[in-house]
Design a binder for this molecule. Sequence first.
Ligand SMILES: Cc1cc2nc3c(=O)[nH]c(=O)nc-3n(C[C@H](O)[C@H](O)[C@H](O)COP(=O)(O)O)c2cc1C
Length: 209
Amino acid sequence: MSRPAQKWTRPCGAVRQIAKFGCSVPKVTRRGGGSALPGSGASSAISSRPPSRAPRACRSPSKMRLGIDDDHITMLEAGHIAQDAWVALHARTAAQRYSGEASWDAIASLKQALGFPVLGNGDIREAEDALHMMSSTGCDGVVIGRGRLARPCLFAVFAGRSDRQLPTQDEVATLMHRHATLLVEWWSEEKEGVTDFRKHVTWHLRASR
Ligand SMILES: Cc1cc2nc3c(=O)[nH]c(=O)nc-3n(C[C@H](O)[C@H](O)[C@H](O)COP(=O)(O)O)c2cc1C
């Protein structure tokens, strides 16, 4: 972990930082940041650093997209910036934001091109999708985005409890109450906590049977 990052994150108990090249927000990409970084001059400075000597498990992982748009695919450059740690690929371009299908073929290509672990990301909604992505692309693991929103039971399926696909409405109500309570505690103020909680309500309500 770099020294400036340590200064900010160690007091919070963090032991690892993730380098993110996945942000597609225009105000970030316009300045060459986020998913625009791998195609910018800054990336050659980063990737020309000598390889890290730290054990792989201690190196900083990276998360990135395919590239800026279909004409600017930068995942390989971003993979090299990752310096042999491991990378997570959100298999959409920044231009796609969250729409369209994720390209699992690109995950397979990146896995073939890099000699280190790749996590695939995009369009995993059920546990079976994760297994399918791993077998069809050869990736080493997965990152689940929208599919896991307000669905902790998805992880119960990975733990082998396949009877627990969707919670009942009562269970969702209990979970929502706990979530709201924890957010109010986190923000130390009811108004802030409840405002934050509002954006999770739809996800919770979609996730019941
Ligand atoms: C509400 C929300 C919050 C997210 N927050 C983060 C984040 O903090 N860091 C990150 O790297 N990606 C974040 N993502 C992106 C997801 O990790 C993932 O790359 C993206 O949703 C694509 O995967 P999906 O098709 O499974 O949703 C977020 C996505 C959503 C919908």
